[in-house]
Design a protein around this ligand. Structure first.
Ligand code: FES
Length: 324
């Protein structure tokens, strides 16, 4: 399975990359001078508005004096930079009734309960196809974390979705290597045929044949570029036509076998497996794993008699900091 990334919301095919002016770029607009006699400016700069914060030093400025108007107007700054408080759906589902025993089993695998947060979020996601506000609260309660701590993790990783996914999640790698070898064309073809963009779903989420499409930044299979994954299972060496064929089969209710790894299931089942809950583990480890291309480096190292340094016999982990 792979780890897709991309939380920008920018569709790489249709959205131009916003220009970032360099410091000293003569084309970049110069900041307007601050008129200290302007009462509105004075109000913006007042300590109560700044809430005790000072701006960090930037080139050509003193600490506490530079982009102060940005700090004084966080709403406008946030709007300009698409920063918003994370929002999670609230569906009212009781996670205690559907996943409590499994959550306890997962937590029991870790010496510190809080270490189970990542799998627990996947478990939550397996219920409704996304991480909901109710799921966040469930995780926080089980692990004695705050809601803010759980939200911080859920919004950091792109594998945690904030809107319900389709029966299948199709991730197309549009990172440099795959893009150059056809990943952009694959994404454009699928996007056009499905009529959806990044993180959007064709069909009713959760129903048979529904497909959520997303771009991903390196699916860790560059030796098979361009690649896509369905529910994090690999389909190597794709073309726009072969990718469309896969999606057409998914929509028709079939499950084309991935190039490597376990048989394809659906997004929610995969999420349970990532959480560590398997219905048939033996079935999940069937199938080809490492490919010839992936093992080529090993073969070369063996031929050249190269070896990795030995691992230490044991390693003492530093103690965890006190929780405040
Ligand atoms: S660039 Fe696509 S898998 Fe690495």
């Amino acid at each position: 399975m792979s780890v897709p990334q991309h939380r920008s919301g920018r569709d790489p095919i249709t959205s131009p990359i916003p220009a970032i002016p360099n410091q000293g770029d003569s084309a970049a607009p110069a900041p307007a001078p601050i008129d200290e006699s302007d009462s509105a400016v004075t109000q913006r700069l007042s300590p109560s508005n700044l809430n005790g914060r000072t701006a960090p030093a930037t080139e050509g400025s003193l600490a506490g004096t530079a982009p102060i108007e940005q700090l004084a107007e966080p709403a406008a700054h946030a709007e300009n930079h698409r920063i918003a408080a994370p929002e999670f759906l609230r569906t009212g589902i009781s996670y205690e009734s559907v996943t409590d025993a499994q959550a306890d089993e997962i937590i029991g695998r870790y010496p510190q309960a809080r270490s189970a947060l990542l799998p627990l979020l996947h478990l939550v996601q397996s219920v409704e196809g996304c991480v909901t506000a109710d799921g966040i609260e469930f995780c926080a309660g089980k692990l004695e974390l705050t809601v803010a701590e759980v939200e911080a993790v859920a919004t950091f990783y792109t594998m945690y979705k904030r809107t319900p996914c389709g029966q299948h999640l199709v991730s197309v790698c549009t990172n440099a290597l795959c893009a150059a070898l056809g990943g952009d064309a694959i994404y454009a073809r699928l996007s056009g045929e499905l009529g959806v963009g990044h993180e959007q779903t064709a069909g009713e989420p959760g129903t048979a044949g529904s497909i959520t499409l997303e771009t991903a930044e390196c699916l860790a299979a560059c030796d098979h570029a361009p690649v896509l994954t369905v529910n994090y299972e690999y389909y190597d060496n794709q073309t726009p036509s072969s990718a469309l064929q896969i999606v057409t089969e998914l929509q028709a209710g079939r499950a084309p076998h991935p190039t490597r790894g376990a048989p394809l299931t659906d997004f929610r089942t995969t999420e349970r497996e990532i959480a560590g809950v398997f219905t048939d583990l033996a079935e999940q480890v069937k199938g080809p794993t490492a490919s010839v291309e992936t093992l080529r480096g090993n073969e070369l190292a063996e031929r050249e008699r190269q070896t990795a340094p030995a691992m230490p016999e044991s390693y003492q982990m530093p103690p965890l900091p006190e929780k405040k």
